[in-house]
Design a protein around this ligand. Sequence first.
Ligand code: NAD
Length: 379
Amino acid sequence: MQDLKNTRRKFLRQSAAAAAGLILAPTLIGCGAKGTAPSTSPAPAAALPKTDRKLGIALLGLGSYSQGQIAPSLQSTQHCELRGIITGSPDKIPVWQEKYGIKDENVYSYDNLETIADNPDIDVVYVITPTATHKDFAVRAAKAGKHVWCEKPMAMTPEDCQAIIDACTENKVRLSIGYRMLHEPNTQQFIALSKEKAFGEFTGATSYAGYAGQDPPTDYWRGQRKMGGGALYDMGVYTVNGLRYGTQMAPVAVLKAMQDRPTEVDVTTEYTLEYANGMTATAKTSVVTNYNLLKIEAENGWHQMDPMQPYGGVQGITSAGTVLGPPIEGKQQTLQMDDDALAILNNTPMMAPGEMGKADVRVIRAIIESAETGKKVLI
Ligand code: NAD
């Protein structure tokens, strides 16, 4: 299990080579209702009114992503402060309290999460646990009156995603999904090219996200189907979301899909999506093979991100020779949390709203259904 985690970390730290860049105005993507094109262009943090207020963040789940990425990134945010922890592992409490100066009254277990409602220090609960647990934790946090940030993929099913959305709406709290790439400046340049159709109408797309790990062990959640393990949920969500922001369209069907499932979860999934304009996109995702690419082809050229989602930086290039870069290391989560904090403080749209997380989970479920039935599945 440790080897698997180390391989993931090593892959995600890989950075691309530096290159000079053209700076375009960043634009971002939201998501429309079922079957509609994604809408919206919420402003990135840089374009929003500034505020001196910092939001108090409590991390729920202190595993490798919290420990290795989110807590360190919180230290360099301008609009957030790591003030609380919610954990099922008592041994982690003194370590986190000492490292991040977390007060005793801001420490919670999964059992007493509800009492966070009375704590004015905490504005946001960031759910960073295995995917199958997101729904219950996110709903409980919303019912406690706290804004919810929820890691990707949002939940196991569109119904679970909707339950999170409903709980946040009913309790008048904001919801954002941890799609860090939407906050990454080179990706934002890539999205700008997609939005302006810089090379004409789109004719095709390719989306790959995989790393050369090993079969996920069955005693760890990433090897367990019911917990949201497997390549498609874990890594494939980047290919699905990448195609959403890359094409600026929602797919209408999964034409075909294939899953390599040596144990209970898939280690590789390949799929083809169809769009309303007749275009198709091919994608693959893996936890045993290394690849990372998002390419949009159009009538008069193409633009691509290669690689498209490592922590260590991403870089784009176009058929016109334009470089989208240079790669920026280590800022994705910082930008994500500042963008999301400012959206709360200024009451502006989230870049990665719950509807987007739900739309992606709907695509994931359709891919699984297509792989299992061998048929085209409408989305
Ligand atoms: P992890 O296994 O390292 O940590 C999971 C944590 O959840 C552990 O602390 C564990 O104790 C806790 N937990 C709570 N309830 C649990 C339960 N019922 N069963 C098992 N563990 C439980 O996993 P991770 O890599 O930190 O991933 C956590 C979430 O973050 C996942 O949704 C994953 O997809 C997401 N993630 C996102 C990114 C990103 O780049 N956005 C990167 C890594 C992970």
